[in-house]
Design a binder for this molecule. Sequence first.
Ligand SMILES: *Cc1c(COP(=O)(O)O)cnc(C)c1O
Length: 352
Amino acid sequence: MKMHNFSAGPSILPQEVLKKASEAVLNFNNLNLSLIEVSHRSADFVAVMEKARHLALELLGLEGKGYNAVFLQGGASLEFLMTPYNLLPVDGKAAYLDTGAWSSNAIKEAKLLGEIDVVASSKDKGYTYIPKNYNIPADADYFHCTSNNTIHGTQIKEFPKTDTLLVCDMSSDIFSRQLDFSKFDLIYAGAQKNMGPAGTTLVVVKESVLGKTGRTIPSMLDYQIHISKDSMFNTPAVFPVYVSMLTLQWLKDLGGIKAIEKINNAKADLLYGEIDNNPNFKGTAVKEDRSNMNVTFVLTDDSKKDAFDALCKNAGLNGLKGHRSVGGYRASIYNALPLESVQVLVNTMQQL
Ligand SMILES: *Cc1c(COP(=O)(O)O)cnc(C)c1O
């Protein structure tokens, strides 16, 4: 049966990427060696890393603008700690926006290193909206936000105008919509939502903001060290980087972020349209803040759960279970998910 993969992460990748990746596992670049058994210092793999870093900057429109891109390990969760290590001076203060479980994890880690001002939180209403009209203190050394709240299905549509450094966890919506990425000083994203397999994290940083904290930073946590070693300070996650490179190339060939955004909007419109019009379903996020990547919804009548789950199973719909902390349903409609899969989901919702 054809499966439709709505998983939140690890999540769907383009079929042609999976095919090329599996070929490289057996025979990389016609070397008659596997991608995962050759030296990361070999010319063939160094070229992969360079291409992946280059494509990331190119797709974000950040080439030649003082940014660098590195592929690190430890997930987005380690960036929660690396960000303050690299940007928060010893006696400094950082401002954080609390829009969900991942934001609050970021806040918890940052508090290990200094004063953190939580400028606003939507926890009061189960993180179903994005706070607005908050103040970022002028003396904050940076402002941190989460562009898309994977678990709660909300997304920041307009970023605050601020003179402080802007740091963003874009794990679940990077490369999905056009933004002026040059407004951000540091962007990070775990690969496994919209780019590749779990195991690597893309960090894009404006180099001029680094090296100013007066801290002694452990080598593995120091962005400047990773940059100076061309993202090869230690053995990189060769397979996740390779697959990420293939996905970024796939996106470029498709026409880049501009082209995928159109498709993403069509998918989101189709699905939200059904949720809003079908009396069996209700969206959980406030309309103006709802995400184009993770669509969260519940049944209006819980007694229909078994019937709906059976319909989904028969239609090959996979990964729709909501996060264990919030329940309900979540359809993750990342870049690689075709419109056709959303149509199958909508048809299935109509059968209930
Ligand atoms: C998944 C996710 C994370 C955590 O990523 P890990 O790679 O598991 O550390 C952090 N932030 C957001 C927005 C996420 O979606």
